[in-house]
Design a protein around this ligand. Structure first.
Ligand code: NAD
Length: 454
């Protein structure tokens, strides 16, 4: 495939100014919603082939987020894309100042496999909304969903403003040689660095949505059952293959036993054994092998059960873990939950601060002092108090990492901003032009300027 020709065509289309029309953008977003809604069964079938994800989880964690992003954008787009007046200093009287969001241009969205629809299509919503053209490069690892998106997008949209290009490392490497006006990447820290370097060659602005080890801190001022219920759901959803899943738990020693027992009860009641409805596979053999190597038999408090033929690892709790254990050296990205005990909150906070800045952090506590210490002292992308994962559903909360977990954010207005340039304009009439700033200079002029400019 001639990638340069596709990008050239998108540049021509962008320069035709068609995407500057808000009505055009809204029409494309509505068309995207219709295409997805009319083909939901096809999308469910594709994701089931990739990792046996159920219709329930696919709707709740993928399609619903895309639909609500489209709804919000359609409602707010006029406001987001309007010129914003700001105050003007006396030095420029009589003038007005405003900020005019303009689309960055031709954009490239590179998706990850774990929520293949959401991670490829949710960034497309703000890209289209901002007036960019888009090329999606979905993850080749979820090959059926990649093909499904390619089919639906390429059969329903003009490639000069919206196109899916399938492929893996080789194809992405080729694509990255081309100059884009924006690259939006979701994936691992290691590949994020490759994307950042490639973007730097063209000074292309980037958003990097990366991963890392997101902690959950469980203090002693909690409702144990509700804490366990929320954490179990957040950890084992998508079989733990979630960038913002609680990677590990730091639990106060005095509640450890009650907490672990409650977690086991919750796992049992979720009935993950009814697999096709309630639980997904591990995406491929490489990840399956990597994960089972992390399960040290002596450390298993609960679970450890696997089904090699089906590529399934059932929820597994590890205890007596310290920060030197192999499971704590990398993002787990699977249904294994290490539980580490702490004695005082300072110790827990310090331990987290010793690791790269996480994408998310979850604190379970009714204690205001502890909550504020966690929020003020630990740097992380975003998170929740007394819950996990659900912050992603709030579209007015910018979603993204910090440090190793990413650069930039999206969802709602922040997504629109990620694909926009804020053009700043000072607009003057002709009818007045004081001679103050012009030569010949004088002490009198300087005195007035000092008063005006401060
Ligand atoms: P990945 O980095 O392996 O792949 C992501 C994308 O990059 C894919 O489209 C892939 O084709 C492409 N890619 C892979 N190697 C490449 C290379 N050498 N050159 C150019 N492109 C390349 O990530 P993944 O395995 O798909 O996803 C898992 C990771 O993504 C985890 O670390 C997870 O935490 C993170 N993630 C982050 C978010 C977020 O929103 N922050 C969401 C989901 C996943």
């Amino acid at each position: 495939m001639n990638y340069q020709a596709i990008v050239d065509a998108q540049n021509v289309f962008f320069n035709s100014n068609s995407t500057k029309d808000i009505h055009f953008r809204k029409t494309v977003l509505k068309r995207l919603r219709t295409v997805l809604k009319e083909n939901e069964t096809f999308l469910y079938e594709a994701i089931f082939k990739d990792f046996q994800k159920s219709e329930f989880e696919t709707y709740v964690t993928e399609l619903a987020l895309i639909y609500s992003e489209i709804e919000l954008t359609l409602k707010k787009l006029n406001k987001w894309s309007a010129k914003k007046s700001i105050s003007t200093s006396l030095a420029n009287f009589p003038a007005k100042s405003y900020i005019m969001p303009e689309p960055l241009g031709v954009s490239l969205v590179i998706g990850a496999w774990n929520y293949p629809y959401q991670l490829s299509l949710a960034p497309v919503v703000p890209a289209i909304a901002a007036g960019c053209t888009v090329i999606i490069k979905p993850s080749e690892i979820a090959k059926h969903t990649s093909a499904a998106m390619a089919k639906l997008v390429n059969e329903n949209f003009d490639p000069s403003f919206f196109k899916v290009i399938e492929g893996g490392v080789e194809e992405t490497t080729e694509l990255l040689k081309i100059k884009f006006d924006k690259i939006f990447f979701t994936g691992s820290v290691a590949v994020g660095k490759i994307i950042y370097k490639a973007a730097a060659e063209h000074l292309t602005p980037i958003t990097l949505e990366l991963g890392g080890k997101s902690p959950a801190i469980v203090t002693d001022s909690i409702q144990v059952k509700t804490t366990a219920k929320r954490l179990v759901w957040a950890k084992f959803l998508n079989a733990g293959q979630t960038c913002i899943a609680p990677d590990y738990v730091l639990v106060k020693d005095t509640v450890k036993e009650a907490f672990l027992n409650a977690v086991v009860e919750e796992i049992k009641s979720a009935d993950y054994a009814v697999r096709h409805d309630n639980y997904t596979q591990i995406i491929n053999t490489k990840n399956f092998t990597r994960l089972i190597d992390l399960i040290e038999k002596d450390k298993v408090f609960y679970g450890g059960k696997i089904d090699e033929n089906e590529r399934v690892i059932y929820p597994t709790l590890l205890t007596d873990i310290d920060f030197d254990h192999p499971v704590m050296q990398e993002e787990i990205f699977g249904p294994i939950l290490p539980v580490i005990t702490y004695q005082n909150i300072k110790e827990a906070i310090e331990a987290i601060k010793n690791l790269p800045k996480p994408l998310s952090c979850y604190a379970f506590t009714k204690n205001k002092k502890e909550r504020e210490a966690i929020l003020n002292e630990i740097s992380f992308g975003g998170g929740a108090i007394n819950d996990a994962l659900m912050h992603i559903t709030e579209h007015d909360l910018p979603f993204g990492g910090v440090g190793n977990s990413g650069i930039g954010n999206y969802h709602g207005k922040s997504g629109f901003d990620a694909f926009s340039h804020q053009k700043s304009i000072l607009q003057k009439p002709f009818w007045l032009e004081p001679s103050l700033k012009y030569a010949p200079y004088s002490k009198g002029k300087l005195k007035i300027l000092k008063w005006l400019l401060g």
